[in-house]
Design a binder for this molecule. Structure first.
Ligand SMILES: [Zn+2]
Length: 349
């Protein structure tokens, strides 16, 4: 089912328009969606990502049951209070201790309204590092996120904590009950995944199942069985809910194998408890002061391609509230909102 890049781009743009129409329709007002293909392209340029790849990682939000996109988005990262009853059960949520990188996305709905009983594995349609994927999801205009990400080197990231609903599968009900995982892949058919990423995904899924008391992972080749969770089916895919190639042929054809390998880990480790990380252990960015050591440019976006805003002068002091690495240069976001500076031209105070 290989399509030319041009056809694919046109399709991606058409989908975005379609989704944009849906946003306006479902939100019950005439407010235009924040995301257009134009802003997605801007985002792609600024993250240095092929727009085709980015199309797969944006606009995965299903506004059903939420009245307004911006009202749904949240920077609140607190866990549900102890004793919270979800789906009739008292649930203590944790996050995986396998996580190596945390960058919590605002693109989420707090909290889940369903206990975790499903796994949805997605492709990134590109080999984004966990940091680059986190950069995309940290932008509100992406209108997308996932609970976890796995990059080509098999590193695991946390973007949306398990007690919150990620905006990943274009379906609110699915994202309320599923843990969603974005896995780095090739950017074209069959969207091959590296062995490292594949094996790490299996370990991560086993860990999620253990902590959430999913005793057995069940894949079904039948879409209706997956969506309706018939015969114990508890794995879904993005293409069950949206017009997308996600998770791609490589992962799709291996879902049965993933279930098998996860189940053998669950069997081997039966009776063992797996501890997860609590909310308080997720580190948020701590702002800090820098002194400018060399007159430098402030840019609207991080990266040398970001447009020039102004200069800051030697010996001035600024507060940095965020960091990004673009083309091996580390950029700091100024608290005054003017833009980003190259941190090589500064000294931490
Ligand atoms: Zn997907």
């Amino acid at each position: 089912m290989k399509k030319s890049i041009l056809i694919k781009l046109v399709i991606a743009m058409l989908c975005m328009c379609l989704i944009a129409g849906t946003f306006a329709g479902c939100s019950g007002n005439n407010k235009q969606p924040e995301t257009t293909s134009e802003s997605a392209e801007e985002l792609a340029a600024f993250e240095n990502i092929d727009p085709k790849e980015l199309a797969e990682l944006t606009n995965c939000y299903d506004p059903e049951a939420d009245t307004d996109l911006d009202a749904a988005r949240s920077n609140n990262n607190e866990a549900p209070i102890a004793g919270t009853i979800i789906s009739g059960q008292d649930i203590t949520f944790t996050n995986s201790s396998l996580v190596e990188y945390t960058r919590l996305s605002p693109n989420k709905t707090i909290h889940r309204n369903h206990k975790i009983d499903t796994i949805t594995i997605h492709y990134m349609a590109g080999k984004l590092t966990v940091e680059a994927c986190g950069n995309v999801f940290s932008e509100s205009k992406a209108n997308a996120s996932s609970n976890y990400g796995v990059d080509d080197d098999g590193r695991i990231a946390l973007y949306v904590q398990e007690w919150d609903r990620s905006w990943c599968s274009s379906n609110a009900d699915n994202d309320h009950r599923a843990v969603t995982i974005e896995v780095a892949s090739d950017s074209s058919h069959p969207y091959t995944v590296s062995d490292k990423a594949y094996n790490t995904t299996i370990k991560l899924v086993a860990d999620i199942c253990k902590r959430n008391e999913i005793e057995k992972l069940v894949w079904s080749d039948d879409k209706e069985a997956r969506i309706k969770h018939l015969d114990g089916a508890n794995m879904t895919v993005h293409s069950d809910f949206a017009d997308t190639d996600c998770p791609g042929e490589y992962l799709y054809s291996r879902m049965g194998d993933i279930a098998k390998q996860v189940n053998s880990i669950l069997e081997e480790t039966k009776g063992q408890t797996v501890t997860g990380r609590k909310c308080s252990e997720e580190k948020q960015f701590e702002e800090y002061l820098v002194k400018i050591t060399k007159t430098t440019n402030v840019r609207r976006n991080p990266g040398l391609k970001g447009s020039f805003v102004m200069k800051v002068n030697k010996n001035e002091v600024y507060t940095i509230v965020d960091e990004r690495t673009v083309d091996n240069i580390k950029w700091g976001k100024l608290k005054n909102g003017k833009g980003w500076i190259n941190l090589a031209d500064t000294q931490k105070k």
